[in-house]
Write a protein that binds this ligand. Structure first.
Ligand code: CA
Ligand code: CA
Ligand code: CA
Ligand code: CA
Length: 193
C-alpha cells in the first residue's frame, strides 16, 4: 500500500485486495468541503465576532474581486446590508430565535453595561485611533465609534437579554405591567377630558 501527498491511497498490484491486472487501485482521498455560509468568513465553522472582523475587513467592496462568500444578500456589494444579514443568519445557526442586535458587543444575547463600557472605552467619533471592530462598539462597520453606534446600543439596551422566550423575567413583566397601567390611566384621562 502506498499514498501520495494528496492523501490518495494506492493498493499495489499483487496485494490481496487487487481485483484486476491493470496495476494499482486508487482510493481517492475524501476532500472535506470548504466551509461556507456566514460562519466561514474567518475560515472556521463557528459563528462569532471573528467572522465580523473578517467582514469588516472587506466592507464597502465589490464582488468580485471580494469573495462572494461575504455577499450574503447577493447584490454584488459587501456592505451594511450583509452585516444585517449576518446578524440574522448567524443567530439562527447558533440556535437563537431572533437576530443578534447592534449593541451586543460579545454576542451574548444581552445589551448591558458591559456592552456600554466597551463602547464608552473606545468612543472616538472621528475614528482617529480606528478602525474599530464590532467588539469595540463599532456596530456599522465604518472606522469610528460614534453617536450612531451609541444610539444603536441605547435603542436596543436590554440587560435582561433580548429575543428570549415569551415568558418574561419578573422585572420585565413588572415594567410591562406599569406601561399597561399608565396607558389605561392616560386613556381614562383623555376619555373623561
Ligand atoms: Ca467563523
Ligand atoms: Ca451584499
Ligand atoms: Ca452583550
Ligand atoms: Ca461606527
Amino acid at each position: 500500500m502506498d499514498s501520495d501527498g494528496a492523501g490518495n491511497i494506492y493498493l499495489a498490484n499483487g496485494s490481496a485486495w487487487n481485483g484486476n491486472s491493470s496495476g494499482t487501485h486508487k482510493f481517492a482521498a475524501a476532500v472535506p468541503p470548504a466551509p461556507s455560509g456566514p460562519c466561514a468568513f474567518d475560515g472556521d465553522t463557528s459563528c462569532n465576532t471573528a467572522d465580523l472582523d473578517a467582514l469588516y475587513a472587506v466592507l464597502g467592496t465589490d464582488v468580485p474581486p471580494t469573495d462572494a462568500l461575504f455577499d450574503l444578500n447577493s447584490d454584488n456589494l459587501v456592505d451594511a446590508a450583509d452585516l444585517t444579514e449576518w446578524l440574522s443568519q448567524a443567530a439562527l445557526i447558533n440556535g437563537h430565535g431572533s437576530a443578534y442586535l447592534r449593541g451586543d458587543t460579545g454576542l451574548d444575547r444581552d445589551i448591558d453595561l458591559s456592552d456600554y463600557n466597551a463602547l464608552a472605552a473606545n468612543f472616538d467619533p472621528n475614528g482617529t485611533y480606528g478602525p474599530y471592530l464590532w467588539l469595540a462598539g463599532n456596530f456599522d462597520g465604518d472606522d469610528d465609534v460614534d453617536l450612531t453606534d451609541c444610539n444603536s446600543l441605547a435603542g436596543n439596551f436590554n440587560p435582561l437579554g433580548y429575543g428570549t422566550a415569551a415568558v418574561p423575567e419578573p422585572a420585565a413583566a413588572l415594567l410591562a405591567l406599569l406601561a399597561l397601567l399608565l396607558a389605561s390611566a392616560s386613556g381614562r384621562l383623555s376619555n373623561s377630558g
